[in-house]
Design a protein around this ligand. Structure first.
Ligand code: FCB
Length: 414
């Protein structure tokens, strides 16, 4: 693993809604309205998973689908960052919760801004570089009530919020991520209709991605104006699409690569200082059929574990000639049986890509803590640190120490 420079950043990622607790936003409302339904549908959705026996009590309980106190990270961030530091992390990605900062349209809450200033300070005090995500999917209620990201003025609202936080934190923060996974959000919220605001169809999908493109561009411009030295990126969900061979599969691969992996990047690459990628999925295409994967290893959620795909995804990004950060990569593994190998294997694929000239500069494991996994709730366990949601006690998983060893072995000491 010798190719990682001493400046390579190692850490983990999180998002406000999934860890903080006490959220009042479009998701928290949606959760309450949909918890019973989600619990009822659990067996149909997850009953086939090998993990079902272990997850079923949680997955069929409506409380599982309500983020509520989450990990109380809002209150416990200092001790969580103590753990990150003890685990050798040199960077941490987290998101600002827009609904806290601007709970009422046009009115900013200075107490919440002070809170995030403390969060940044706590990271810096531990020698951990903050990567700040401006938007990780949750909207203030006032904006959700006006059609959310489809509101014609969405990019202006986003710009106003960005201007405020960039003015507040512009000098303290070097790395900004404007938007998390615009493709996944647009797909689930505006095409499949399974997340708030439950819109469906291609037109809504394209309108959503268009709105997020614009929001990114505006935010980029605003932050640069305030701090020309800031490094600004977006976190994209890039999948490895593999063709099983043959003309149809090849064409399909080409088309989805273009539509899913490249479209957003092509649209915004002039307004990017780095590319953030979140890698979770391999998708093998056979003829017109997607997901013809061998699934030799799967996570508790049934997602295939396929480290090699990360190498391919990274090589595809070479053409953009931009630094790359893996802003998310992780596995739901409650028994901690796959996680250590998962991390090691993905990092060695990153190493392979670096050897071939891809400028990868950091890796963020998803996630530091077990957390609230959107419409699936609390049963998926992604954390390097296990959370007991009853007591809020944390327990570091063995794989977290393995990751620590990797960090120590890989960083070339000055
Ligand atoms: C990503 C999301 C992140 C988390 C992981 C498992 O798509 O960005 O919030 O839910 O998946």
């Amino acid at each position: 693993m010798g190719l990682f420079s001493k400046n390579f950043l190692w850490g983990s990622a999180s998002s406000a809604h999934q860890v903080e607790g006490g959220a009042v936003n479009d998701w928290s409302g949606w959760e309450k309205a949909n918890a019973k339904r989600l619990a009822r549908e659990a067996e149909k959705k997850y009953g086939h998973l090998p993990s079902w026996e272990q997850i079923k009590d949680q997955a069929t309980n409506p409380n599982n689908y309500i983020s509520g106190h989450a990990c109380e990270h809002y209150r416990m961030f200092r001790e969580d960052f103590d753990s990150a530091q003890a685990l050798g992390h040199t960077a941490h990605r987290f998101s600002l919760e827009w609904s806290r900062i601007e709970p009422v349209e046009g009115r900013f809450d200075e107490t919440e801004i002070a809170h995030y200033r403390e969060v940044i300070k706590a990271l810096r005090a531990r020698g951990i570089e903050p990567f700040v995500t401006l938007w990780h999917w949750t909207l203030p209620v006032w904006l959700a009530e006006k059609d959310g990201i489809l509101n014609r003025q969405f990019s202006e609202y986003f710009e106003r919020y960005t201007t405020k936080v960039a003015k507040e934190f512009g000098v303290e923060i070097c790395f900004w991520i404007t938007i998390n996974e615009p493709e996944i959000y647009a797909l689930n919220s505006h095409y499949r209709g399974i997340w708030p605001s439950q819109k469906t169809g291609f037109i809504n999908f394209f309108r959503a991605t268009h709105a997020l493109n614009r929001a990114h561009r505006n935010a980029y411009r605003v932050i640069k104006k305030i701090n020309p030295n800031a490094k600004i990126g977006a976190s994209l969900n890039t999948s490895y699409f593999e063709s099983a061979g043959g003309r149809i599969s090849n064409c399909m691969k080409w088309a989805v690569d273009w539509l899913w992996n490249m479209r957003f990047l092509r649209n915004i690459h002039n307004e990017l200082d780095f590319v953030g990628i979140n890698y979770y999925f391999h998708n093998r295409i056979k003829g017109f059929w997607f997901n013809q994967n061998e699934n030799k290893k799967i996570s508790d959620m049934g997602w295939e574990i396929y480290p090699e795909g990360l190498y391919h995804v990274l090589l595809d990004l070479k053409r953009f000639q931009l630094p790359v950060y893996i802003t998310e990569n992780g596995v739901a593994d409650m028994n901690d049986v796959f996680r250590a190998d998962f991390i090691r294997d993905h990092i060695s694929e990153i190493n392979r890509a670096i050897a071939e000239g891809v400028d990868v500069r950091g890796y963020f494991y998803w996630s530091l803590l077990d957390n609230f996994e959107w419409d699936k709730g609390f049963w998926p366990r992604f954390g390097l640190i296990e959370v007991d949601y009853e007591t809020q006690k944390r327990k570091i998983r063995p794989s977290a120490f393995e990751y620590k060893k990797i960090i120590e072995e890989s960083a070339i000491k000055p």
